[in-house]
Design a protein around this ligand. Sequence first.
Ligand code: NAP
Length: 279
Amino acid sequence: MAEILKGAPVAAALTEKLIEQADGLKAKGITPTLAILRVGENPGDISYETGAVKRCEKIGIDVKKFILPDVSKVLDTIENINADKNIHGCLMLRPLADKNIEKAACEILCPEKDVDCMTEKSLAKIFTGSPGFAPCTAQACMELLDFYGVELEGKSVAVIGRSLVIGKPVSMLLQNKNATVTMCHSRTKNLAEVCRNSEIIIAAIGKANFIDKNFAAPGQIIIDVGINLDSDGKLCGDVNFNEAEPIVKAITPVPAGVGAVTTAVLAKHVIEAALVMVK
Ligand code: NAP
């Protein structure tokens, strides 16, 4: 039976440390503050926002919500967030309906407040290995591997997916830890074989139960980033858990895996952004 790598203990350990850091900041007169910018009433956005607010409340991070009915005031709002010295981080829930506005918003947000890595400047830092905030979900994978003591140096990792939110940045973060990464995508040939020959799999595809027993091998560690609904409308990952779990060494569940760590990483980035103010 595989070890089940749950996200809750990872989030709890991060949260405990962040509470101390938030208290330290408050003692110096700084209240760490996150701005959440949401356009419209998308249930997925509201659900993520609710989780983020709960996590921030627990830690002692203030949240200022900017809820807009449409995209017309997005850029003005970002400018206001940039100018507000009491706001340390900004989470803009994406995707926006208007891609041009989304791109413009990503260009103008101050990188120091870019706690979810939506600007090209922040992404460039991940790619050059400079200090900066990685996308929260990509970083959540790294926190999870670190918490469970998974050694990355020299390991072969198959990352499936090459989006700017997960696949590409997590590949860079893994390379920075000296893993040997194969970045796979929809045109990769012999994907199952590539996966079977890898010691670690990071699945970020967006296809319910896609990674089945043919992709799994004994001794492997599987991190499932996917959040999908199966044919019965039940939440599931990109990995067919029931097929892969009996074969591999360790695997994250969905739900309660990577997703449970993401808001803790967001909070960590807000605290780090606020800590810069006291340096
Ligand atoms: P995305 O932008 O749609 O990217 C999906 C990637 O998967 C693409 O690079 C695509 O390849 C690749 N792909 C699609 N079909 C494939 C196939 N048959 N074989 C191999 N590769 C294939 O998705 P995303 O935003 O990265 O999200 C991925 C998953 O993570 C989704 O399920 C999403 O809901 C989930 N997610 C989870 C969290 C969390 O906190 N846990 C946060 C955000 C997203 P091409 O580039 O060739 O098209």
